[in-house]
Design a protein around this ligand. Structure first.
Ligand code: SF4
Ligand code: SF4
Length: 508
């Protein structure tokens, strides 16, 4: 660790210094205060999903998971950062595994990358579409259960928060898009970290028996000490070392590092949201990370495309050509090509063209160009996902009220009144459409500007940066035009939020 240069971004504001909020966040049970309500909500979703009315629009599991959760998480990522991982209830079983002293081995070295996470995201989106998870409360409940079990088992078998870091599709989504979050963990005083003996932010301050650590000795006498003991916390489960953190990638915002640091040297700093994606050294130069960002933006397109009528025309055509009749296999093929192969071809094609146009001749220029430009796909990807998820959220945000009232009435509790099934949309259609387009256009413009800045950092020769940028700008333009076309189509779930919901209301 000592040989890696420490990173010193400018400090703006430390959220942990805000009265009351900072105190809550830093408290040993601060995270639990956020996790406990989310755990209760998850438990309610599981219960209603398994035992309640199996009409999607009347069940907490489907409305909570597919309308509320996704919209709120996407918006929070944009405005505040990775709040979901901070309050993630799926990590509570991990804590249980820790208390049961079930501690396994380190995650295998060959798997310490994002390829499994990319595969997990792909499988998640494929299963979501194939099994119509959005309209099955029962299956949705089992997805939540699977999350709890998966988190517990992986924590029991491996150290290093393997589930969060290498597997969890939700966390992976949050890690990528918290790149534009206005908040980031960082050290306040890097000199302090240089002389810090315990490196508790990563090593932890937990010890079974109390022990004293000496920080400073003057004239042979310890003048500054601190203690480790049963009240301490484990260090960063994801093995991030605070003074070297340059990005939000892999940071769950658990704040264990804050609580573990005996020198009060960790800040939750407000930052320029574009700083991370403009900093070419912010992320490790790895193809898996770059491909995750690019593929996730394409997954946003395909996820929305999977809900519009043309996808059925495409499936029927492929069925007649290949003779494959299984909808699961057909969808798998379409998704595999569109979510993984096409992004790989297009992005590596753009890298090759970009390097060639700029006159880059070094060995490995295509790979390094790909890695350098990949972060530029964060804003466009976020714009596509936000546009899609916010549509569902804004057209169905209020449905949670009658659904919860209905849930209570099944127990004979009517204190909140009878369900008003007319509640759904919170904004007029015109405003929602305007917001959708704004998110798409905004995401595209920011991505195009970021890509141009990256090109400028890579090539100083006059004209080279402009030429290197063009393939990426064209690729992004193609993506955003396709996204605009998809969003303009009538969607399967769009129908759920509007006419399908209305039809359900009419049946009551
Ligand atoms: S424990 Fe605190 S002072 Fe020590 S290295 Fe970590 S952040 Fe720096
Ligand atoms: S302990 Fe690690 S994951 Fe948690 S906030 Fe600190 S750096 Fe992020």
């Amino acid at each position: 660790m000592a040989n890696v240069p420490l990173y010193k971004p400018p400090m703006l504001v430390d959220v942990l210094r805000i009265p009351l909020l900072g105190k809550i966040l830093r408290h040993p049970y601060g995270r639990l205060a956020l996790q406990a309500p989310l755990f209760i909500i998850a438990a309610l979703l599981i219960y209603d999903g398994l035992t309640g009315d199996q009409i999607a629009s009347k069940n907490l599991a489907t409305v909570g998971a597919w309308v509320q959760y996704r919209g709120i998480v996407a918006l929070a990522l944009l405005l505040l950062g990775n709040l979901f991982c901070m309050g993630c209830p799926f990590t509570l079983p991990r804590t249980l595994a820790r208390h049961l002293s079930i501690r396994g081995r380190r995650w295998p070295k060959a798997l310490r990358n994002k390829w499994i996470a990319i595969g997990g995201l792909f499988l998640f989106f494929w299963l979501y579409e194939w099994l119509d998870l959005w309209k099955s409360p029962w299956l949705t409940a089992w997805v939540i259960v699977a999350y709890f079990v998966g988190s517990f088992v992986l924590e029991a078998l491996f150290t290093e928060s393997a589930f969060c870091k290498y597997v969890c599709p939700l966390g992976t989504f949050n890690f990528v898009y918290s790149a534009t979050s206005p908040l980031q963990i960082r050290a306040k005083d890097h000199n302090r970290c240089h002389t810090c003996v315990g490196k508790e932010c990563v090593n932890g301050s937990y010890a079974e028996k109390p022990m004293i650590l000496i920080d400073e000795i003057t004239d042979g006498v310890p003048t500054k000490t601190h203690e480790h003991g049963p009240d301490g916390v484990l260090g960063c489960g994801l093995l991030l070392y605070v003074p070297q953190i340059k990005s939000n990638m892999d940071c769950t915002m658990c704040l264990d590092c804050v609580r573990a640091c005996p020198h009060d040297n960790v800040a939750l700093a407000v930052r320029n949201p574009l700083r991370e994606i403009l900093d070419l050294s912010a992320w490790p130069k790895r193809v898996d990370l770059g491909f995750l960002i690019v593929a996730l933006a394409f997954m946003g397109l395909v996820n929305a495309f999977g809900m519009i009528p043309p996808v059925y025309v495409l499936l029927v055509n492929i069925e007649s050509i290949t003779g494959i009749h299984s909808s699961g296999v057909l969808l798998f093929l379409v998704f595999f090509v569109a979510m993984l192969l096409i992004p790989a071809w297009l992005s590596f094609g753009a890298s090759w063209l970009s390097a060639k146009l700029a006159g880059a001749k070094k060995a490995g220029a295509v790979k390094s160009t790909f890695i350098a430009f990949a972060p530029a796909f964060v804003p466009i990807g976020l714009g596509i996902w936000l546009s899609h998820y916010m549509f569902h959220f804004l057209t169905g945000a209020l449905t949670i009220i009658p659904v919860f009232q209905y849930f209570l009435t099944t127990f004979g509790i009517t204190v909140l009144g009878q369900p008003n099934w007319g509640l759904a949309q919170i904004l007029p259609n015109e405003v929602i459409s305007f917001l959708e387009i704004s998110m798409l256009v905004g995401g595209y413009l920011v991505s195009a500007v970021v890509a141009r800045r990256i090109a400028g950092k890579l090539y100083s020769r006059p004209g080279a940066a402009q030429l290197a940028w063009m393939p990426w700008a064209l690729l992004m333009l193609g993506m955003i035009l396709f996204a605009a076309w998809v969003m303009s189509q009538p969607m399967e779930m769009r129908a759920v939020e509007t006419s399908w919901l209305i039809a359900q209301v009419g049946r009551l």
